[in-house]
Design a protein around this ligand. Structure first.
Ligand SMILES: CC(C)(COP(=O)(O)OP(=O)(O)OC[C@H]1O[C@@H](n2cnc3c(N)ncnc32)[C@H](O)[C@@H]1OP(=O)(O)O)[C@@H](O)C(=O)NCCC(=O)NCCS
Length: 272
């Protein structure tokens, strides 16, 4: 399998204006988010209604898997246990190349300067609430995006300060030199092609120039695909956490550091 350098898809001149750090194809202008050049900010399309979404899942997965999913969702409202694993890697250690198979994708960093160009896709295809997108961007968060034929097909969010870990009802304060990725999603049809790994590598390459040295992330201990991505990135397990919720109230929580690196992270976790 061949590779190509990450610098082929990252802007070579780093003409960033503030946080306007768009990874754009040659010829595109700074400050305009579309890979096809300057883009207007269209009004977002509303996400598919819940019944339409359910029908889509029913058609895609069949009757029994859909019923099983629905039952699990309902029972999680009554009793749910969250098992998380926290990961870290040194930003400097990651590869600077991507598999040649990903050459057909465009990779773009979305921030306050260009998020409007991607809002439609994030609302419609990723079912993100427009207010959530705005809050994240206003809080200085960024999103690394993979695009295919102009549509967003995969995303990972980047945070540079404090981030809520909803699953365990805590906040994680980041130390100087750390950043965090969260809410990684690859659209169903595009999974298993290495896009999530690529977005994480691009994110590490991107933040390295800001003096960031550590990449943190957490994943559900039962999310095999997400754990595999961590594995492929060479991330170390540094801490684990469990929380039990009954009817929306947390009744038990335990956070454990797995090594010295993890104890720094655990000491930065605060109750909400
Ligand atoms: C987790 C997720 C983002 C990964 O995206 P992706 O673009 O498919 O990731 P990659 O292709 O880089 O890697 C996925 C790896 O998991 C493997 N994988 C997928 N499903 C798997 C499963 N059920 N069991 C084991 N491995 C699995 C893939 O084969 C691939 O590994 P490989 O490259 O060795 O073959 C995607 O599955 C997703 O959007 N899931 C739903 C949202 C989610 O759970 N997000 C995680 C939040 S932290």
């Amino acid at each position: 399998m061949g590779f190509f350098p990450i610098h082929d898809v990252m802007h070579p001149h780093r003409e960033y204006a503030g946080v306007s750090s768009l990874i754009r194809p040659p010829g595109a202008k700074a400050g305009h988010g579309s890979i096809n050049g300057p883009a207007p900010t269209p009004a977002p399309r509303p996400p598919a209604a819940a019944p339409a979404q359910a029908l889509h899942v029913l058609r895609r997965d069949g009757l029994w898997p859909t019923l099983w999913k629905a039952t699990r969702l309902l029972s999680r409202r009554v009793l749910r246990r969250e098992d998380l694993v926290f990961f870290a890697n040194d930003v400097a250690d990651v590869p600077h190349e991507l598999p040649a198979a990903l050459r057909g994708f465009r990779f773009v960093l979305a921030d306050a300067s260009n998020i409007g160009a991607f809002r439609n896709d994030l609302v419609t295809d990723f079912r993100l609430d427009p207010a959530t997108i705005d809050q994240r961007i206003a809080a200085g968060k960024e999103a690394m995006l993979a695009l295919h034929q102009g549509r967003v097909v995969a995303i990972v969010w980047l945070a540079f300060e404090t981030q809520t870990v909803d699953e365990i009802g805590m906040k994680l304060r980041l130390l100087p030199g750390e950043y965090l990725t969260f809410d990684a999603v690859t659209l169903h049809a595009w999974r298993g092609r290495g896009l999530s790994r690529a977005l994480n590598l691009l994110a590490d390459n991107h933040v390295a120039s800001r003096g960031i040295v550590q990449h943190l992330a957490w994943r559900s201990a039962s999310n095999t695909a997400a754990l595999r991505v961590a594995d492929k990135l060479g991330q170390r397990r540094i801490a684990s956490a469990t929380a039990t919720w009954v009817l929306g109230r947390m009744v038990h929580r335990r956070v454990v550091s797995l090594n010295r690196r993890g104890s720094d992270t655990v000491s930065c976790l605060m109750g909400l």
